[in-house]
Design a protein around this ligand. Structure first.
Ligand SMILES: [Zn+2]
Length: 66
């Protein structure tokens, strides 16, 4: 998936990159623990600052199987 238009303000001025942490960024819910590295792509709206991230389909499928 990719963000081409900001869902918050409608701007198409979108930058893309990756969230960067010291080692990894974690997402934890009551069901899953995601360790986010190169398997997560993020998009930032250069108009309002909204950031949206997508986990790769391959990693998502791997997590769902656990
Ligand atoms: Zn925006």
């Amino acid at each position: 998936m990719a963000m081409e238009k900001c869902p918050k303000c409608g701007s198409t001025d979108i930058d893309n990159g990756r969230m960067i942490g010291i080692d990894s960024i974690f997402y934890k819910s009551s069901k899953h623990l995601f360790i986010l590295k190169e398997n997560c792509l993020s998009y930032a709206c250069l108009t309002c600052g909204y950031i949206e991230s997508y986990i790769s389909e391959e990693y998502l499928n791997k997590i769902k199987q656990k």
